[in-house]
Write a protein that binds this ligand. Structure first.
Ligand SMILES: *Cc1c(COP(=O)(O)O)cnc(C)c1O
Length: 638
């Protein structure tokens, strides 16, 4: 056996790719603990310290840890990179961001970003009436944009126009042509001049998973004919100055910067055309799509992106500048560039903590291989011999023999020719053979598994059972294969000796994770530690965008507990707020039941059981007390 070299923190950093995806907000600390550095200062806070604090307050896991300071830093970063690009290229216009709140409508997210963004004129974007109602209550800079996207009815438009009348910089984006008449009609009724944005269907497309959001078949936006009709209609009403914004959005998580440039050019060209037509338009909104490098590979893979925020800003500003120059726009006509980055602003701030409850797996044998019994089936004896004979020279042949033996064993069992005892031994032998084959291959070449045995590592992987619901906490992993970086929160100074997949506690076999980030590919297992008698937690990172608000109540597992943490320059931290997750009662009532009626029904049943003499009165009381306690309890395992 090869002697193992010392395992260092930098090995762990490489293994989990931490510095590739962490954006500087997370790192491995000296004791092998995963630390957060939300202000990028030199002192970090161990996530396990935060967890211990929460547990000491008698609260339960799973838990989301939020760092509002990361949100603040993200919005500042956005303005910093656009500011730098504007300076570098001498762009004569300005930059203004808006947060599309659909990415995460949680109070801490919206309020933190609105407050941090106020001096920057950072705005908000609402895609529904409810979102607009929420945005209108935020304290924003008077020049900050409040963009209203999405399909609209009279109520939506009226709310937006009243807010305009109150002095808010509200822009109503037309998603389809017929919305224009609605806006003009209600503007008259309310007595205010509307500020209108036109969403234009670019023929350019993004790249990555949301490619379909752009192009001619896009769900939203006006085509060229419709855009011209808007111009003509507004001119006829002598309202050409009401069209203030050209808007486009070619999709989320744009992986390829070249596609971004092409789309921005087309948008800027259209802006210049509108100027040519005599429209004094002023904002060019290039939408969202600034990507998050979830796997840290810096590639055009769907979980990554081949550019940084700084490169994005530089390319957007440069493309607009060049297009305006070529169109010979006067300097004062150059647009204020607007972006609607949601994912890139919110993803980093939240970490989901998964407590590992238990581990199961095909190579979890109870002790060493026991001796066989004398009259066991010959097939079992053959398998014993295979196990003993495996070498680097013959593993391939012997493994395929073992596969055949296993199949034959199951046929014999079905026909009644093999006992349950023999079957159990045969299955154990097969798993031991597979494990030994894998060890043999890895000892020869740790980095490569032959193609025909490619499935072996996944087949032999342990299942780490974690206290969470995939459907509540990470629905995008289930629905669209989104990848999130995952790492143990402790023992990062210790070589992980196992490989595992993650399973949740729902009664749904889809509630599992078998795809993990990798620099070159996607891994089917995650390197993990053998459990000892200490708690073992996994952190799921970059889950603050979309995930956080899309969750569903499968098996009635509700929203998880949350804690908000701020860290000062000395590395001292404060638990600002603890937000309790949903209680069983809330989940049950969400399905149309009334909790008091459920209690009453159970009470009747208990009384009937007492009458029949099945239980005593005191026992009945104990049970009812327990029942009522569970109704107000956390939905996860405690
Ligand atoms: C969803 C959406 C966004 C946000 O996209 P991100 O990829 O999160 O930046 C921006 N604008 C519009 C119109 C959207 O629908």
């Amino acid at each position: 056996m090869k002697t193992l070299e010392r395992y260092t923190l930098s090995d762990a950093n490489e293994l989990y790719g931490i510095s590739n995806w962490a954006g500087g907000y997370f790192r491995i600390g000296k004791k092998g603990l995963l630390e957060a550095t939300p202000t990028l200062s030199k002192h970090g806070v161990a996530l396990t310290d935060i967890i211990d604090d929460v547990l000491a307050r008698d609260e339960s896991l799973p838990l989301i840890i939020r760092f509002p300071q990361i949100l603040e830093h993200r919005v500042e970063l956005l303005y910093e990179v656009f500011g730098a690009a504007i300076k570098e290229y001498n762009y004569p216009g300005k930059y203004q961001g808006v947060l599309p709140i659909k990415v995460n409508q949680r109070r801490v997210v919206v309020e933190t970003l609105a407050e941090a963004g106020k001096p920057l004129k950072y705005g908000l974007e609402a895609g529904s009436k409810a979102e607009l109602a929420l945005c209108l209550a935020q304290d924003m800079h008077p020049e900050a944009l409040l963009c209203c996207n999405g399909f609209k009815d009279d109520g939506f438009v009226r709310l937006a126009l009243w807010a305009r009348k109150l002095g808010r910089n509200v822009v109503i984006t037309l998603e389809k042509f017929s919305e224009l008449e609605r806006v003009l009609r209600i503007a008259k009724e309310v007595g205010v001049k509307p500020a209108i944005g036109a969403r234009f269907k670019l023929h350019a497309r993004g790249s990555g998973q949301w490619e379909e959001s752009g192009g001619d078949q896009a769900k939203f936006g006006l085509n060229a004919t419709e855009l011209l009709s808007v111009v003509n209609r507004l001119k006829a009403a002598k309202l050409e100055d009401a069209l203030v914004m050209l808007h486009c959005h070619v999709g989320s998580q744009l992986t390829d910067i070249r596609r971004v440039k092409v789309a921005v050019r087309e948008a800027a060209q259209t802006y210049a055309e509108l100027r040519e037509l005599g429209i004094p338009i002023q904002y060019l909104n290039v939408g969202g799509g600034l990507a998050v490098d979830y796997d840290g590979s810096k590639t055009t893979f769907y979980a990554s992106a081949n550019y940084t925020a700084q490169q994005y800003a530089a390319d957007v500003v440069y493309s607009v500048l060049e297009t305006c120059k070529e169109a010979e726009l006067p300097l004062e006509a150059y647009p204020t560039i607007v972006t609607e980055s949601g994912r890139a602003v919110t993803a980093h701030h939240a970490v989901l903590v998964l407590p590992v409850l238990d581990v199961t797996g095909p190579t979890r044998f109870p002790g060493p291989l026991q001796a066989g019994h004398p009259d066991q089936n010959q097939l079992i004896t053959d398998m014993e011999q295979i196990l003993e004979s495996i070498t680097l020279k013959n593993y391939s042949e012997l493994y395929s023999d073992a596969v055949d033996d296993k199949a034959q064993m199951h046929s014999l069992y079905d026909l009644g020719y093999l006992s349950l005892t023999d079957r159990a031994r045969g299955e154990e032998l097969y798993n031991r053979i597979a494990e030994k084959v894998l060890e043999t291959i890895k000892a020869a070449n740790p980095k490569h598994v032959p193609d025909d045995l490619e499935d072996l590592p996944a087949l032999l992987a342990d299942k780490y059972i974690c206290n969470f619901s995939l459907f509540q906490s990470l629905p995008d992993h289930w629905a669209i294969d989104a990848l999130f970086p995952i790492a143990p929160l402790s023992r990062l100074n210790e070589r992980p000796t196992r490989r595992g997949t993650i399973v949740d506690i729902t009664c749904d076999s889809d509630g599992k994770m078998e795809k993990f980030i990798d620099l070159r590919d996607v891994q089917s297992t995650l390197p993990l530690h053998e459990l000892n008698n200490q708690p073992y937690y996994l952190g799921v990172f970059l889950m603050g965008a979309y995930q956080d608000v899309l969750g569903s109540a499968h098996n009635l597992f509700g929203k998880v507990n949350e804690v908000h943490v701020t860290v000062d320059d000395d590395g001292d931290y404060k638990l600002d707020l603890f937000v309790r997750g949903q209680k069983a009662r809330r989940m049950i009532e969400g399905m149309g039941y009334s909790a008091p009626k459920l209690s009453a029904a159970v009470r009747d049943e208990v009384e009937a059981a007492i009458q029949k003499g099945l239980i005593g009165i005191a026992e009945g009381d104990t049970f009812l007390e327990h029942y009522d306690e569970e109704l107000v309890g956390y939905t996860y395992l405690e």
